[in-house]
Ligand binder design. Structure first.
Ligand code: PBG
Length: 333
């Protein structure tokens, strides 16, 4: 004898009601993404050309200070609150202690001033780290084959001072030395720059996804070895909490988790634990992967870009540093 099957007459709970029309989807959306959530990273250079393409990052150009100022105006017009500067300096300027990193008339101070002239209402954030200026491509000073922590701190503090003095609104240490936030905070306080934000790359992992960036800033050809003695091990999550707690106690105002999409668990953990503005960095390798898929017609750019950026908001990020920032802001506009 077969069992009579009694299907329910109808489901009572129908989550699809809340998805049935665009207006209701908008009404119940738990998170939103707007241009105000974006930070646009700009690669700047001291070369002769105004714009120089970066091979591994289609759509990204190394910009002269003049072009960087134009980009800042574009950011302002798109409603993007801040740009972040990363330098590609001439190889001839590079040495072991990153002398060029603290030149008050160097590339980054030049760009800060050009941007502040053209679009004073745009926030300018700078990268504090030595790798773009060292002949070995590491973020710190190299002695007997080791990256030495404390001598590096002095260099970073001076670099942050130079940037803030030139008008940077936020300095963002990405070097992962111990105690760098405190060293930078003390230097800023001592030099009447106490309003400068420190947005710390508190949880920064040693990652393969930085490859295209190192090509963009010109450090890949010189980098010897890897950065595993200072950047975090991708096996670890709880260590991120310790790094963040330290940076906050040393005077950081906001945090960055880096890379982005592969580290959404860390974004969630850090933002929920500390309730401090937390930014995610959708790094160069993530950008390159997506551009490669777009070029092949394998992914729809508009949909994939907005979905990837929105994921960071859902994970708890206050905003996203992304090379897609202008393109995404245009799509939202
Ligand atoms: C280094 C720095 C890196 C990035 C920003 N600052 C790379 C590294 O640590 O080697 C990566 C950014 C990106 O990949 O988009 N100070």
């Amino acid at each position: 004898m077969t069992m009579p099957f009694q299907p329910a007459a109808f489901p009572y709970a129908r989550p699809r009601r809340l998805r049935s029309q665009p207006w209701v989807r908008r009404l119940v959306a738990e998170t939103t993404l707007t241009p105000a959530d974006l930070i646009w990273p700009l690669i700047v250079h001291d070369g002769a050309e105004d714009r120089q393409p970066v091979a591994s990052m289609p759509g990204v150009f190394r910009l002269s200070p003049k072009e960087a100022a134009k980009a800042a105006v574009e950011a302002r017009d798109l409603g993007i609150p801040m740009v972040a500067l990363f330098p590609n300096v001439n190889d001839g300027l590079k040495d072991n202690v990153a002398t060029a990193a603290t030149d008050p008339d160097g590339l980054i101070p030049d760009c800060i001033r050009a941007i502040k002239d053209a679009a004073p209402e745009i926030g300018v954030m700078t990268d504090v780290a030595l790798d773009c200026y060292t002949d070995h491509g590491h973020d710190g000073v190299l002695e007997d084959g080791r990256i030495v922590n404390d001598p590096t701190l002095e260099r970073l503090a001076e670099q942050a001072f130079i940037h803030a003095h030139a008008g940077a609104d936020a300095v963002a240490p990405s070097d992962m030395m111990d105690g760098r936030v405190q060293a930078i905070r003390e230097a800023l306080e001592a030099n009447a720059l106490s309003d400068t934000l420190i947005i710390s790359y508190a949880a920064k992992y040693a990652s393969a996804f930085y490859g295209p960036y190192r090509d963009a800033v010109g450090s890949s050809k010189s980098l010897t070895g890897d950065k595993k003695t200072y950047q975090m091990d991708f096996a670890n999550a709880e260590e991120a909490l310790r790094e963040v707690a330290m940076d906050l106690s040393e005077g950081a105002d906001a945090l960055i988790v880096k890379p982005g999409l592969p580290y959404l668990d860390i974004v969630r953990l850090v933002s929920q634990t500390f309730k401090v503005p937390t930014f995610a960095y959708q790094v160069s390798g993530e950008y390159a992967m997506m551009q490669a898929a777009f070029a092949n017609g394998w992914l729809d750019p508009d949909r994939a870009i907005l979905e990837s950026l929105h994921a960071f908001k859902r994970a708890g990020a206050s905003g996203v540093i992304s090379y897609f920032a202008p393109q995404a802001a245009r799509m939202m506009g």
